[in-house]
Design a protein around this ligand. Structure first.
Ligand SMILES: *Cc1c(COP(=O)(O)O)cnc(C)c1O
Length: 414
């Protein structure tokens, strides 16, 4: 039997607990959606003010150099590197995840077209995040060279689907809906046995799960900074290219920021030899600057401590839902095995949508994903064990009283 006192005690013993104070969280809100939009570090307000008042307002164009604006994509890449097992020269922050997916798909297909021109298949999972599927569809239709998207339905099938006909495989490490964590090491090794290049989407794992891109010998990776990395709404994404691929990495978004000498203003495009060849044009500096604040929070701890607490929080949530709401027809979608679980927990329920609406009304913010999935994200930097207790009590109250029936059905909401 897990009690409220158990949860209070877990909070008292939690070495990460003091970090919560560094985030602005509204009173009376339990925020279980940091996997979708991370909470605001308090320091982001001062940083925004500094960028706007001093760097932009006072120093104007001089800030490209004096405030380090021009170097920001690579400097922040260096700050992110330890969280994803990258070297400092291998990752930049720029553009969105969708756009970075386009670049890695384009570069990967070009490398493979030279090496294995007969290979036309790009493998991914049917349940992958839609933009990943859409970007593959977009680039294959646009290239019009017979490339095909192959959608796989189970993780086991991936191992047979990735074979000598495959050009690229694009996988998301933690699935946005189920919370399943894929085995990056094993899948990358399997792909390489067949000379297949791997693109890893780390949107739902960066900042939540220890990632070792170089340890896994991965090829390319992309990911968001506005989820677990708390970079702010729409903050620029990251793109990682293994050092060994950097000279072969070319993509059609060959803007001047990827040029060898951007200020030489030459007529011909010559890509820089560095990771900055993944850049296209001028970056959204105000937004980019705030990512530094989110990343800096992680310097006070380490990703293994974050992962330890994440598993403890998700274990507790799963156990408490079983204990308190066991008879209400929630079916757990997320794997219980630690090695297969990210940092969010999902349940299917025929009334998942109105249940989430009822929870939000009571100050517990989770979210709904089609079809019939209620999703709860746990962010160890600011989620407490008592948050888990209180969230489950709210869920229990709603289910015990059929509280959700008063809420509009899904199709009544735009
Ligand atoms: C959130 C998410 C994205 C978002 O892509 P944007 O270009 O930032 O809109 C992409 N892929 C996955 C797996 C995600 O979870």
């Amino acid at each position: 039997m897990i009690t409220q006192a158990t949860c209070q005690q877990l909070d008292q013993q939690d070495p990460l607990a003091p970090i919560r104070e560094q985030f602005n969280l509204p009173p009376n809100v339990i925020y279980l959606d940091g996997n979708s939009l991370g909470a605001q570090p308090k320091a982001a307000i001062q940083r925004a003010q500094q960028v706007i008042e001093q760097e932009w307002g006072d120093k104007l164009i001089g800030s490209w150099n004096s405030a380090g604006w021009f170097d920001l994509p690579s400097r922040l890449g260096d700050l992110l590197a330890p969280l994803i097992g990258a070297k400092s020269s291998e990752v930049v922050l720029t553009d969105s995840t969708s756009i970075n997916l386009f670049k890695t798909l384009a570069a990967g297909l070009k490398i493979q077209a030279e090496k294995h021109p007969q290979r036309k298949v790009i493998v991914t999972e049917r349940i992958n995040f839609p933009t990943d599927l859409y970007m593959i569809q977009g680039i294959t239709e646009w290239l019009n060279q017979g490339y095909q998207l192959q959608l796989i339905d189970t993780t086991e099938e991936l191992y047979t689907a990735i074979n000598d006909d495959t050009a690229l495989v694009l996988l998301t490490q933690v699935n946005y809906r189920t919370g399943e964590l894929l085995d990056m090491q094993a899948l990358t090794a399997h792909a390489h046995k067949h000379d297949v290049l791997t693109i890893w989407d780390l949107c739902h794992s960066a900042g939540a799960v220890p990632i070792d891109l170089n340890g896994c010998n991965a090829d390319f990776a992309v990911g968001c900074t506005y989820k677990y990395l708390n970079g702010g709404p729409g903050a620029p994404a990251f793109i990682w290219i293994a050092e060994r691929h950097q000279t072969a990495f070319t993509h059609p978004l060959s803007g001047w920021w990827g040029h060898n000498a951007p200020f030489a203003m030459q007529a011909e495009f010559t890509p820089t030899k560095t990771i900055r060849r993944a850049l296209c044009g001028t970056q959204p500096i105000v937004s980019l600057a705030l990512v530094e604040v989110g990343l800096s929070t992680f310097e006070q701890t380490n990703i293994n401590a974050v992962r330890g607490k994440s598993l403890a929080l998700t274990d507790l949530f799963i156990a408490l839902v079983a204990q308190e709401c066991g008879t209400h027809g929630l079916s757990l979608v997320t794997p219980t095995e630690h090695a297969k679980r990210g940092s969010h927990v999902s349940y299917m329920h025929p009334h998942a949508y109105p249940i989430i609406q009822a929870l939000i009304k009571r100050g517990v913010i989770g979210d709904y994903r089609e079809p019939q999935v209620a999703r709860f994200g746990f962010t160890p930097l600011y989620t407490s064990y008592m948050d888990v207790w209180n969230a489950v009590q709210a869920l229990k109250h709603i289910l015990d009283n059929n509280d959700y029936e008063i809420h509009a059905p899904r199709n009544a909401v735009t």
